[in-house]
Write a protein of this length. Structure first.
Length: 171
């Protein structure tokens, strides 16, 4: 076992150096290159993600209902889930690098205001959940209303707050 030095593991010291190296090399080269191998194989990664997700789902269902050797099916489900997560990560990276090349004003605004939305959203969620508590709607309806209202409200409040110079420097 590696003993922490000054409360930090050795990787914690090396990771910023690796991250700086990736940034210095450039994200437009290598794995995330617009014409790289990942982008050229976007369909393969998407199909792999779906197949492994199916394996994980079927393995989990079979593990819950199997009369014999449920641990084997659980191991298959866990392994399938791990592969599904990895393949899904590569699939989403490939899809976004391949198809999300054109800048859009709404996504630029979302990017610019994301941190402020993160800081403000909890208050919005709390108030909105309380506001719809006594409404006679289904839970999914209440959830959708709270979610959409929270995104809209926290986004709007952040846009307005960022017009104040002192606050704009922080968020």
């Amino acid at each position: 076992m590696v003993e922490p030095e000054n409360g930090l593991l050795p990787n914690v010291k090396v990771d910023p150096i690796r991250a700086a190296g990736v940034g210095a090399y450039g994200l437009d080269r290598g794995l995330l290159a617009p014409d790289g191998k990942l982008v050229r194989r976007w369909l393969m990664w998407t199909i792999a993600a779906l197949i492994f997700f199916g394996v994980a789902t079927l393995g989990a269902i079979t593990a819950m209902t199997a009369k014999s050797s449920p641990n084997l099916w659980l191991a298959i489900a866990c392994f399938g889930f791990t592969l599904s997560c990895a393949a899904s990560s590569f699939a989403f990276l490939a899809l976004f690098v391949r198809f999300a090349r054109t800048p859009r004003r709404i996504f630029d605004s979302l990017r610019d205001n994301a941190y402020g939305m993160y800081l403000i959203h909890y208050a919005c969620v709390s108030w909105l959940q309380y506001a719809v508590l006594k409404a006679h709607w289904t839970a999914p309806t209440k959830g959708l209303i709270v979610f959409l209202s929270t995104v809209g409200l926290s986004w709007t409040v952040t846009v307005v707050l960022r017009r104040i110079p002192a606050i704009a420097r922080v968020i």
